[in-house]
Design a protein around this ligand. Sequence first.
Ligand code: ZN
Length: 305
Amino acid sequence: MVECPSLIQPLLTGKANEGKSMFRSVKNHSIEYLESPLLSKCDFLTHAFCTRLGGVSENEYASLNISFKEGDEEGKVLHNWNRIAMAFAIPLEQFLVVNQVHGDDVLVIPPYGDFFSTRAELNHDAIVTNRTNLAVCIKTADCVPVFFVDRIKKIIAVVHAGWRSSALEISAKVIRLLREKYGSAKQDILAAIGPAIGRCCFEVDGTTADAFFNQKNNEEFLFSCFGTNKWILDLAGANRRQILNCDIPEENIDVADLCTSCRQDLFFSHRGSGGITGRQVNFMMIKGDAPCRVLTIGDEYPRIQ
Ligand SMILES: [Zn+2]
């Protein structure tokens, strides 16, 4: 087994991990979350990789479970969402959660107008948008939340990269979309890879490993357990490699390097819990301009006189 880096790197102290980009822990009202130092430099953004701390759910779902689908009490989940909305001063209706289905379909949301008409159309594992005041969300409990930002054109993308979507190279697909649809320059694309199950805890079978053998540089994130048909998969590493293979500069990529299964004190982990657990939310939003009252008054001013 590989030693889990997160075991020797205390998270919420801000120490250790020297020489690496360290995600910053923040407490906002009751909500404890992580921020990528790279994305924090973009002043037009609000982003958070939430932990499981700060909510009202109990037992397996303690405490900030944001999923209605895992067996938790609906009232408590709603209460948790309200806490998040209050902490970040973002109205609840401005959060968008899609049906994550472990595929590679990307939902592109235009800056204005409707973007879906039925729930059935929300089967996606990535959302790309340049719309303001829309907090696009990814639910996780081991899968990798990957965030992309075009820091110049102000476009954001959030990705749910479990092993199936990672095998489909969903991160690379989103970068291609940013490049082709929006004309994003490689040096302007930032990426932040949030907390996910680490290679310390993610043993997979031959079938899963097979899905990655055709990926370039797979020796960097897929390790054989000699003498068995088992493999160790570094999911965050696989996504980082995909991003590098798209020629995104290394210094544009932040990695949380925290294992959700080792740190169940901080995160929900599907595998670590045995299957019954909650989901944490990871979200990003482009801040909108506040309504300009001065201009409104100014327009009316001549008539008032
Ligand atoms: Zn681990």
